[in-house]
Design a protein around this ligand. Structure first.
Ligand SMILES: [Zn+2]
Ligand SMILES: [Zn+2]
Length: 388
């Protein structure tokens, strides 16, 4: 059986597996059932299995030939705290939890690649199949690196793939450079002096200071960054007050910052702090800014992006875009790219109709793209670990 025939043969079982994972979603670092399913499936295929990396992570090791070259292929396994609003047979069985980002599909496609490559070890070197926990906001990739992923499994480069609603099924997008933004968080605590709502002159109003701060933060991107640098500063929470007749002594603002470089992150952090100091002085309140770095920007390395684009473009029935703008969303694959060259690609999930967009309660992974994802992984291994 040829590789394309093998991929076609696997498709129905991988679809059933994907739907089983969809029906049993698990949140970040709680992916016990999913991890066990992955580990057992790899063991059944004769792939060497390592459990428990970074919590619930699993690594499969498949060697062929004698070469010491190795690469890593990564899928994420976690679901989101969203109540699913679909009514198909494989709807989530867990209230308040669903696979709304397609990590069920990523897991199934990488298991498919392990199946095809173990049946056709048509390469020379080591392929690591990396199934990580907690991509959604909790940094499972960082946990796996901290747990020795790259020491225990030395690899030259690492690769990721995410489904992308709105891109046609079978179309890949490969970015030569930034693909996803960084995601930082800030909390700003404003302390004034409380007063009677009818006697404002006897206090210092934390709400007025907070409102001034929200307005002033809009100038961070518009007035302090190079217009050619993309960034977002969003205030997403404003908490203050509990009564109609009380000027509250405290207000709290929270928000998110997105950017594509550490230099821009540095500039934004410094500017938010400076604006906070200025508002504090002008309003006679104290302002404390707590700025925390989250996911770094995901920046593909040029050589690996070129190989991924060539691989995607070579797949029968697939096409590849290399000029799409990056997304201001974030992705913890960035943590791997701090240590290794690599590339994170998008695979079209088809039209985003009926709410089939990422993190929407009507989202579902498109099973028709499974063969494209499997073929991509298999061809990438054959291309990067060629037989002599
Ligand atoms: Zn997501
Ligand atoms: Zn995702």
């Amino acid at each position: 059986m040829s590789i394309p025939e093998k991929i076609r043969q696997c498709h129905p079982a991988l679809t059933a597996l994907r739907r089983d994972i969809h029906a049993h979603p698990e949140l970040a670092f709680e992916e016990r059932r999913t991890a066990e399913l992955v580990a057992r499936r790899l063991e059944d295929l004769g792939v060497e299995v390592h459990r428990g990396l970074g919590g619930t992570g699993v690594v499969g090791v498949l060697k062929a030939g004698r070469s010491l070259r190795a690469i890593g292929l990564r899928a994420d396994m976690d679901a989101l705290p969203i109540q699913e609003r679909n009514d198909f047979a494989h709807v989530s069985q867990h209230a308040g939890c669903m696979h709304a980002c397609g990590h069920d599909g990523h897991t199934a496609m990488l298991l498919g690649a392990a199946e095809v490559l173990s049946a056709h070890p048509d390469f020379d070197g080591t392929a690591y199949f990396i199934f990580q926990p907690a991509e959604e906001g909790e940094g499972g990739a960082d946990a796996m690196v901290d747990d020795g992923l790259f020491d225990r499994f030395p690899m030259a480069s690492i690769f990721g793939m995410h489904n992308w609603p709105g891109l046609p099924a079978g179309q890949f997008a490969v970015h030569d450079g930034p693909v996803m933004a960084s995601a930082d968080r800030f909390d700003i605590e404003i302390r004034g002096q409380g007063a009677h709502g009818a006697m404002p002159h006897l206090g210092t109003d934390s709400i007025i200071a907070g409102a001034a701060l929200v307005q002033a933060l809009q100038t961070v991107v518009s007035r302090t960054l190079d217009p050619l640098d993309s960034a977002v500063v969003s205030v997403t929470q404003f908490h203050a007050g509990e009564a109609y007749n009380v000027i509250p002594d405290r207000a709290k603002l929270c928000g998110t910052v997105r950017a594509f470089s550490a230099a821009v992150q540095d500039r934004i952090e410094a500017t938010i702090t400076r604006i906070g100091d200025g508002v504090a002085a002008s309003h006679g309140v104290s302002v404390e800014v707590d700025y925390r770095r989250g996911y770094p920007p995901t920046i593909n390395t040029a050589d690996e992006a070129a190989i991924c684009a060539a691989v995607a473009g070579s797949l029968p029935g697939a096409s590849v875009l290399t000029d799409l703008p990056p997304s201001m969303g974030a992705e913890d694959f960035a943590f791997y790219l701090r240590h290794k060259p690599g590339c994170y690609v998008w695979i079209g999930n088809g039209p985003g109709e009926g709410g089939c967009t990422l993190h929407n309660p009507h989202y579902d992974f498109n099973d028709t793209i499974i063969p494209f994802g499997v073929a991509y992984w298999v061809e990438l291994v054959r291309r990067l670990l060629p037989k002599a």
